[in-house]
Design a protein around this ligand. Structure first.
Ligand code: 3PG
Ligand code: MG
Length: 395
């Protein structure tokens, strides 16, 4: 993969595909982790005398202009972090984008409006995607792929534009791939993976593949209830994916056959309703009352998971253990994060909600070997899939 060192950027217009998909509360950015992670590459290009045109998506506006998903607040924050103005184009490839890009001087930067306002960006039709990619590529002379969180998407800005312009991988993608390689080649054992999050259906591929690689797999979060149910326990009103029960039974059998320790919650915090102030108590995972729903792993499970992480040499963690957005149900996620910090291991937090949780719970980011910016992208890499955005950069 070519890197920034292989590009001569001085005086050239460089299109950077970044992942600036940050959570917003109105116009307030609630976690700027992805913006901060994007700064070094943009800064390196600016220092190299490039005219930098950043493009990115925010949320899922599905091909339509929708002010709720505007990147405008991101442009402001990016400017603060760079310590210089970021010109903001009010469209993606229209008049505003063209004139904004044309007025850039060497060492100046612009951000285009949300790529996903354009139906071509995500189109499944190669021709439609290609046509939009041509317009986007027309804004620049060189392309730098640095939006790690989106490399698993076969989208115009990720997959098609690098076919049209001389290209290289930015520093963030290089760093993320290096970490993922360490998780897949010559890793130190015990290798323990912790998975959480709401839906087991999002993680079928990665679980199947991890069962051939890991020593232990700890399962918490909403997806744990489908495992408990598959073992024959009632889960009350907890999250449950009935249609995944057969699949999950298969995983339980496969783990047993392979000697992989698959560790499930032994107790959960069962609440009367899904709310921050819901009445709740710790109950056995095998005896969740019918009128309650599990919103976090319980205290005995926190200890159990910490013990299973204590001697690990390599850890990958993706997905919260409970509804960490509610303080009362953030303890399980905190306990797992603290166990990673305590372990004498190469520890990777796999993007998305788990990375947001680390910051929301104000845990020290340097307590982990790496906090990824890409949830879905990390999972698909560990699943062994070819990621379109990485493949395009390698060509
Ligand atoms: C993410 O948030 O996972 C990435 O930015 C990709 O976004 P997407 O899941 O909407 O494609
Ligand atoms: Mg995601």
């Amino acid at each position: 993969m070519r890197t920034l060192d292989d590009l001569d950027v001085k005086g050239r217009r460089v299109l950077v595909r970044a992942d600036l998909n940050v959570p917003l509360d109105g116009e307030t950015i609630t976690d700027d982790g992805r913006i901060r992670a994007s700064v070094p590459t943009i800064k390196a290009l600016l220092d190299g005398g490039a005219k930098v045109v950043v493009c990115a998506h925010l949320g899922r506006p599905k091909g339509q202009v929708n002010p709720k998903y505007s990147l405008k607040p991101v442009a402001r924050r990016l400017g603060e972090l760079l310590g210089q103005d970021v010109a903001f184009a009010a469209d993606v490839v229209g008049d505003s984008a063209r004139s904004t890009v044309e007025s850039l001087q060497d060492g100046q930067v612009a951000l285009l409006e949300n790529l996903r306002y354009e139906p071509g960006e995500e189109s499944k039709d190669d021709a439609a995607r290609g046509a939009f990619a041509e317009q986007l590529a027309g804004l620049a002379e060189l392309y730098v792929g640095d939006g790690f969180g989106a490399v698993h998407r076969k989208h115009a800005s990720v997959y098609d534009v690098p076919k049209l312009l001389p290209h290289a991988a930015g520093g963030l993608i290089v760093a993320e791939v290096e970490v993922l390689k360490k998780l897949t080649e010559d890793l130190e054992r015990p290798y323990v993976v912790v998975l959480g999050g709401a839906k087991v259906s999002d993680k079928l591929g990665v679980i199947a593949n991890l069962l051939t690689k890991v020593d232990r797999l700890l399962i918490g979060g909403g997806m744990a209830y489908t495992f408990l149910k598959a073992q024959g326990h009632e889960v009350g009103g907890s999250l449950l994916q009935e249609d995944q029960l057969d699949q999950v039974r298969g995983f339980l059998e496969e783990a047993a056959k392979r000697g992989v320790e698959l560790v499930l919650p032994v107790d959960v915090l069962a609440a009367t309703t899904f709310a921050a102030d819901a009445e709740h108590e710790a109950v056995e995972a095998t005896a969740i009352p019918a009128d309650r729903e599990g919103l976090d792993i319980g205290p005995r499970t926190r200890e159990l998971f910490a013990a299973k992480l204590a001697d690990a040499r390599t850890v990958f963690w993706n997905g919260p253990m409970g509804v960490f957005e509610f303080d009362a149900f953030s303890g399980g996620t905190r306990a797992v994060a603290e166990a990673l910090i305590a372990a004498d291991a190469f520890t990777v937090v796999g993007g998305g909600d788990s990375a947001a949780a680390v910051r929301k719970l104000e845990l020290p980011e340097d307590g982990f070997s790496h906090i990824s910016t890409g949830g879905g992208a990390s999972l698909e890499y560990l699943e062994g899939k070819t990621l379109p955005g990485l493949a395009a950069l390698e060509e």
